[in-house]
Design a protein around this ligand. Structure first.
Ligand SMILES: Cc1ncc(C[n+]2csc(CCOP(=O)(O)OP(=O)(O)O)c2C)c(N)n1
Ligand SMILES: [Mg+2]
Length: 617
């Protein structure tokens, strides 16, 4: 079949499918893009031809920023439990390098996204092309080489004959839950327009079966031995439980054994917040209930978790001198962490096998009263009555109470992820979407867009700080153009509540974290800036509801939820309002010598906390 490389890519992608548990889905559901000279006549023409002739079905969506379109693709993949992905085409140079941050986010979070950066001329006919890097020491180097360490699969197709192997390699990694992440196939600008006689078989429907790797019996029996002899075991549920749709198995495991279940940012919602075994988030921003159980536990059963520093409280969360780990993970890399007894398996398969091998073992559940008292603390934080400006915990309460059980909350960076991890009451495995692998400011609106595309039947609430909003709000325009309805809760606190508090706790006095005029002292401690983010959102085409009080907010959220167009609900909060303590720690090094008393004091506290850090060897 004589096609250009661009046309071949589009036709191939439109014919890729995934299958798990007997359900087939399109593997690549569509293509985000921003055109420039690198792709407008190559992939751009191919997408146009596909749309006009119907010869290939790969819907195109115009984004406003390349980083954001990768975030949208990551949100889409996560909401699809990694069973579907989006492609992203960008022009040469800055268009492509704008995708680097998105690539890193996808790989860190183990989310499949297909990136198609355009590249310099394969023929070098007119080098240097506009935006070419030019490395005098290597003519095959381009800015796209920066994708290599960020991608789980990277290829640059210099000749059309290489395209089939590149595309098949890309699909293999996109559909491998143990190895997935950003998949990058660089397409030189001239090559995209070059025709070649591709074999017809390349474009036949192809189904990629997504495995549920079973657990190996000897590994299960070794792990079961460890759990059976435990006195105070604790389960940590990570994102792998949700991607595997293993909530049912986790529920059964927890009920039959009585073992409490704590969650990570990616795992929240694996069990409903009011499940009898749920003890909430664990680690630096977890609940004191989960953190006390973690402190004393002698066996940690980590399911589908990558043990980030927030989960382990920088390796201070587990203080039992005899603590051992049993990890169920589809990726051997994660299963081996913390010197664990590994069960390399799909979460569903691994949980069922381990439960069977435990042979009726159960453990006393003595955490119920603590959970009840913690929930009273959450209720209090939800209805604090803080003034004159409301507290962020009250905003979280209002959003939680406005959400239906299937609604989704989306967040990524600032003070919200910690507050949400601790306080959000998740009622559905797909309700809580806090991107906290890369914690990338600006993910929220773009990510929400991808989530809504993956499941238009759900209401999607993106919670955005003023800092994140100022970094990347432009996908509001994309959502408006495509009729994608989102609710965006925009929290104005005039700067970085998160890093401000962190700075203060580390002796750095909130330096450089406020959005204010530069004052007489030389710091940003003058008056508030004349910035009106609600007006900004309105100017981008959003409906806007301005709220002053929590009662306004409750009403505004209700109206926004019922609205049929993208609505921004704006509220100003007090960045200094109190938040319950997680009774935990996070390792952020403080200078060991300093001329400032505040830093010296913080260093003393840091050294004391550091002493409880362990290596779990
Ligand atoms: C792209 C990016 N840059 C910098 C950071 C470091 N950082 C984490 S939170 C934060 C401030 C976030 O401000 P805002 O969105 O207003 O949330 P708030 O802290 O006020 O809750 C910064 C700068 C980051 N996570 N991501
Ligand atoms: Mg802020």
């Amino acid at each position: 079949m004589k096609l250009t490389v661009g046309q071949a890519v589009v036709r191939f992608l439109a014919n890729q499918w995934t299958e798990r548990d007997g359900v087939e889905r399109r593997a690549v559901a569509g293509c985000f893009g921003i055109f420039g000279h690198g792709n407008v006549a190559g992939l751009g023409q191919a997408l146009l031809q596909a749309q006009r002739t119907g010869e290939a079905d790969l819907p195109y969506r115009l984004a406003r920023n390349e980083q954001a379109m990768v975030h949208a693709a990551a949100g889409f993949a996560r909401m699809s439990n990694r069973l579907q992905a989006y492609a992203c085409t960008a022009s040469i140079g800055p268009g492509s390098t704008n995708m680097l941050t998105g690539a890193a986010l996808a790989t860190v979070n183990r989310l499949p996204v297909l990136l198609l950066p355009s590249d310099v001329f394969a023929t070098r006919a007119a080098s240097p092309v506009l935006q070419e890097l030019e490395d005098p020491g290597g003519y095959d180097v381009s800015v796209n080489d920066a994708f290599r360490p960020l991608s789980r699969f990277f290829d640059r197709v210099w000749r059309p004959e290489q395209l089939p192997s590149a595309l098949l390699g890309a699909m293999r990694v996109l559909t491998d839950p143990a190895d997935t992440g950003a998949v990058t196939v660089c397409l030189p600008q001239d090559l995209q327009a070059e025709a070649y006689d591709f074999p017809d078989e390349l474009f036949a429907k192809r189904v990629w079966h997504i495995a549920r790797p079973p657990a190996e019996a000897s590994f299960v029996s070794r792990a079961a031995d460890v759990v059976r002899h435990a006195r105070r075991p604790l389960i940590i549920a990570g994102g792998g439980v949700i991607y595997s749709e293993a909530s049912g198995e986790l529920d059964q495991f927890a009920r039959e054994t009585g073992i409490p279940v704590a969650d990570t940012q990616a795992g929240k919602g694996a069990l409903s917040w009011d499940h009898p075994n749920s003890v909430g988030g664990v680690g630096s921003t977890g609940t004191p209930v989960a953190n006390r159980l973690a402190r004393d536990a002698d066996v940690i059963i980590g399911v589908g978790t990558r043990y980030s520093d927030f989960t382990t409280a920088s390796r201070t969360a587990f203080q039992n001198p005899d603590v051992q780990f049993v990890n169920i993970n589809v990726a051997g890399f994660d299963a081996a962490k913390e010197s664990a007894f590994p069960i390399v398996a799909d979460a569903r398969a691994g949980l069922s096998a381990l439960l069977a091998a435990l042979d009726g073992a159960s453990f006393p559940a003595d955490y119920e009263a603590d959970v009840v008292s913690w929930q009273a603390t959450v209720d209090h934080a939800y209805h604090l009555g803080h003034g004159p400006l409301p507290a962020q915990t009250e905003v979280i309460g209002a959003v939680n109470e406005a959400c239906g059980a299937r609604d989704v909350v989306v967040q990524a960076a600032g003070s919200l992820p910690g507050d949400l991890q601790m306080l959000w009451r998740a009622r559905d495995p797909k309700q809580y979407h806090v991107e906290y692998g890369y914690s990338c400011m600006g993910f929220e609106i773009a990510g929400a867009l991808g989530i809504k595309l993956a499941d238009p039947s759900r209401e999607v609430f993106a919670m955005v700080g003023d800092g994140s909003y100022l970094m990347m709000a432009q996908e509001i325009v994309t959502a408006v153009a495509d009729g994608i309805k989102l609710v965006i809760v925009l929290i104005q606190n005039h700067g970085f509540a998160s890093i401000g508090a962190l700075s203060e706790s580390l002796g750095s006095q909130r330096f450089g974290t406020s959005y204010r005029y530069r004052g007489d002292s030389g710091d940003y401690d003058g008056g508030h800036l004349p910035v009106d983010l609600a007006a900004n959102a309105e100017s981008l085409g959003a409906a806007v509801i301005r709220c002053r009080t929590i009662a306004d907010l409750a009403d505004g959220l209700k109206r926004a939820r019922e609205a049929d167009r993208l609505t921004v609900v704006h509220i100003e909060t007090d960045p200094l309002a109190p938040v319950p303590s997680s009774e935990s720690w996070w390792d952020v090094p403080v200078p060991s010598v300093s001329a400032l008393a505040s830093t010296q004091e913080a260093r003393t506290a840091y050294e004391a906390a550091k002493r409880s850090q362990r290596l779990y060897l």
